[in-house]
Design a binder for this molecule. Structure first.
Ligand SMILES: Nc1ncnc2c1ncn2[C@@H]1O[C@H](COP(=O)(O)OP(=O)(O)O)[C@@H](O)[C@H]1O
Ligand SMILES: [Mg+2]
Length: 220
């Protein structure tokens, strides 16, 4: 599903390159559940953003489901993302001007799902995440944990083939965290490929493979 080839990303500092990612080679088969671990600043979020087509490296190649991602036109790449990828952001990235309901609904609008069907799908998701009572509130009216749940619901609403999650349980209490990990496990059993960034050994064990990053490199 995913082939990253010699991905490097750097910025210049005092005339020298400072590497954020260095020579990353990574292959992910459909159906895998991978955990990316590593200390703060090791490049985990940057790597996930590259895989999620939200960031572009300075060097390297990326093939996603047979598409040469860096050679595609922006419009095609965006369509590929919208159809196949769900992203849970570390800092939620909810749209402040939209209600909980509207935030969760957004990916379905991109996919041209019809109105009545949309309503039913969003209602199901609100129910599943036990946030029906919050549906007309705005993100600023929610706690961090609640915003995170909304972010996860939004990432899952359009049934992505690939779920990318940057510390998805970071702001949840341990019970909510376990429920989300259980949900990820279920989704993975149904065939969704998952790549999560986590600091938690316990969460990492829900996956089938761990990739350790240190100073922008994969540790063997
Ligand atoms: N656009 C940028 N310009 C300069 N430095 C950056 C940029 N983005 C990230 N970094 C640096 O790259 C390193 C890796 O960041 P990040 O991927 O967020 O790490 P992690 O998620 O593992 O904590 C950090 O040292 C960060 O400060
Ligand atoms: Mg990070």
């Amino acid at each position: 599903m995913i082939q990253l080839e010699r991905i490097s990303k750097w910025h210049m500092q005092g005339g020298r390159p400072v590497f954020i990612l260095k020579d990353i080679n990574m292959t992910v088969a459909e159906g895998e559940f991978i955990s990316i671990m590593g200390p703060s600043g090791s490049g985990k979020s940057t790597l996930l953003n590259v895989i999620g087509m939200l960031d572009v490296p300075n060097e390297g190649g990326y093939n996603f489901m047979g598409n040469d991602v860096f050679k595609m036109k922006e419009k095609q790449r965006s369509a590929l993302y919208k159809h196949h990828i769900g992203f849970v952001f570390q800092a939620y990235h909810l749209i402040d001007e939209l209600t909980v309901y509207e935030n969760i609904e957004t990916p379905l609008l991109y996919q041209d799902v019809k109105g009545s069907e949309r309503k039913a799908i969003v209602a199901d998701m609100l129910d599943k995440f036990q946030i029906v009572g919050k549906k007309d509130l705005f993100p600023s009216q929610l706690s961090g944990g609640q915003q995170q749940l909304v972010g996860i619901a939004r990432a899952l609403i359009a049934k992505p083939k690939l779920l990318l999650a940057d510390e998805p349980t970071g702001n949840l209490n341990s019970k909510q965290g376990e429920e989300i990990m259980g949900l990820f496990k279920e989704l993975n059993n149904e065939g969704v490929t998952i790549i999560q960034v986590t600091h938690s050994e316990k969460n990492a064990e829900y996956g089938s493979r761990i990739i350790n990053l240190l100073d922008g490199r994969i540790q063997m």
